[in-house]
Design a protein around this ligand. Structure first.
Ligand SMILES: Cc1cc2nc3c(=O)[nH]c(=O)nc-3n(C[C@H](O)[C@H](O)[C@H](O)COP(=O)(O)OP(=O)(O)OC[C@H]3O[C@@H](n4cnc5c(N)ncnc54)[C@H](O)[C@@H]3O)c2cc1C
Length: 445
């Protein structure tokens, strides 16, 4: 029986383990943290993620899509909150099923681990941190965090699903000629909570992703099943405004009061949470190759961490699992063939979604409050309606149609240029010649 060791039992690790186990592979997973299903798991806050077509499709392959969606909250568009005046909803799609879904990170991980526990031939070791991998002896070094004990295990095939700060990737970098770069944004992020209203209801429209675009920075909020919202403030680490300037509760109150006035009454624990919760960094990790000699492979954030502005990091990691599963079959389980083919297929797509995510930050924080952007979105929907199967917006290609990221990037750039040019000259969709715009798009593609 084939054997594989996975380092990291997070989102992609748990899904991949499940997929491989169902192929008859004996899988051992080492996960640094405590079991997310246990009381020992330290994360108390609700943290959520946007799940879309790629992630759903991969979950369908293991029969978990319906269970996961049953606990998810559909979000049908961006609800824009200006500094003053009333907001607006910019729908993501045209059809009722063109929505994205807010899921609990912990809940999804728990659902995957529950499914994994029902498989035979799988061992999951929590609180086991990988500290290295010796390519020559094919041994993994681990620390049992609960027992305070270090040990090694023979692991002829290792897959690193251990996230953006991957220990498996670090071992590959030490021993092989791997190229590597990490690029931090000058922005960081902080999570805050909007609790339910006194009567237990949501305090904002629960079927939307809320955005407070402020040009250069922004805040967003996604709904949770417990009727809270998780807000994420994306702000420069240093600058005006910047996290470094928000040093006291008074600074925070003044900044939020002038910048996000409608959010202030929704955030009763603002100052406490602001100073209690960490400020996270936002990094794009690129490396190559992602494999070594049929022995080590990287997948998910370990291979390609991206910034979160297209809501695709997990979706891309789940699509990685799906592609790897297909190659496992196509290559008859021969890892020395799977690794190079996986890398060749996924690397251009991972680079493309990394770029799309960076571009989307600019769109979300700077242009989504621009009235021309709302017209652009309406025009995209009108084009999709009038030219079904011939026109797909960039957002739809990425989030609803599973068009390869590389193609979505190329086609999306041409689209954005033409559509923004058309929309910058008008104030409403009625002024746009939709057929002439389609002809221009066609000629340019
Ligand atoms: C603020 C924010 C918002 C996001 N929003 C979205 C979104 O809306 N939609 C979306 O699709 N993506 C989103 N993402 C991205 C998403 O979180 C990641 O792409 C996804 O979690 C990647 O899954 P993974 O399994 O590769 O890595 P991870 O989820 O990071 O899992 C890695 C696992 O490996 C374990 N581990 C790490 N080191 C070791 C070690 N040395 N030994 C053993 N185990 C180890 C970790 O404990 C963890 O369980 C967001 C990310 C951030 C930061």
């Amino acid at each position: 029986m084939a054997e594989v060791t996975l380092v990291g039992g997070g989102l992609s690790g748990a899904l991949l383990a499940l997929m491989l186990a169902r192929k008859g592979v004996r899988v051992t997973v080492y996960e640094r943290r405590a079991d997310v299903r246990s009381d020992r798991f330290e994360e108390g806050r609700s943290i959520n993620l946007a799940l879309s077509a790629r992630g759903i499709h991969a979950l369908r392959l293991v029969g978990l899509d319906e269970d996961v969606l049953a606990r998810a909250i559909p979000m049908r568009g961006r609800s824009i909150h200006p500094v003053a005046g009333t907001g607006s909803l910019i729908p993501y799609g045209r059809k009722p099923d063109e929505v994205i879904h807010s899921v609990s990170r912990r809940g999804l991980n728990a659902q995957l681990l529950d499914a994994l526990a029902r498989e035979t031939g799988v061992a999951v070791h929590f609180q086991h941190r990988c500290t290295g991998y010796n390519l020559r002896t094919r041994t993994l070094t681990l620390r049992d965090e609960a027992a305070g004990r270090d040990f090694t295990v023979d692991s002829p095939v290792v897959i690193g699903t251990d996230g953006a700060a991957s220990a498996v990737r670090a071992a590959l970098m030490q021993a092989t000629r791997m190229n590597y770069s990490q690029e931090y944004l000058e922005h960081g992020y902080k999570e805050l909570t909007i609790p339910p209203a006194a009567d237990g209801s949501f305090r904002l429209d629960q079927n939307a992703l809320h955005v407070w675009p402020r040009g250069g920075f922004m805040m967003i909020a996604l709904p949770n099943p417990d009727r809270t919202f998780t807000c994420t403030l994306f702000l420069r680490h240093h600058g005006t405004p910047g996290f470094d300037q928000l040093a006291t509760p008074r600074d925070v109150a003044e900044f939020f009061g002038s910048t996000f006035p409608d959010a202030v009454p929704l955030l009763p624990e603002l100052a406490d949470e602001f100073f209690r919760n960490p400020t996270g960094g936002l990094v794009t990790v690129r490396c190559a190759p992602w494999h070594h000699g049929g022995q080590v492979l990287l997948l998910g954030d370990a291979a390609h961490a991206i910034v979160p502005f297209f809501g695709q990091g997990m979706n891309c990691a789940f699509e990685d699992c799906e592609v790897l599963l297909g190659l496992f079959d196509a290559c008859g389980g021969r890892w020395e063939e799977i690794g190079p083919r996986f890398f060749a297929e996924r690397k251009p797509n991972a680079d493309a979604i990394a770029q799309l995510a960076l571009d989307n930050f600019v769109e979300m924080r700077d242009t989504s409050a621009d009235p021309h952007f709302a017209v652009k979105r309406q025009l995209e929907h009108r084009l999709e309606e009038r030219y079904p199967g011939q026109f797909f917006s960039k957002y739809a290609m990425v989030s609803f149609h599973r068009v390869p990221y590389r193609e979505a990037l190329e086609r999306g750039r041409v689209q954005d240029r033409i559509l923004m040019e058309v929309c910058s000259r008008v104030t409403s969709l009625a002024e746009v010649d939709v057929d002439a715009t389609f002809a221009r798009l066609r000629a340019a593609s």
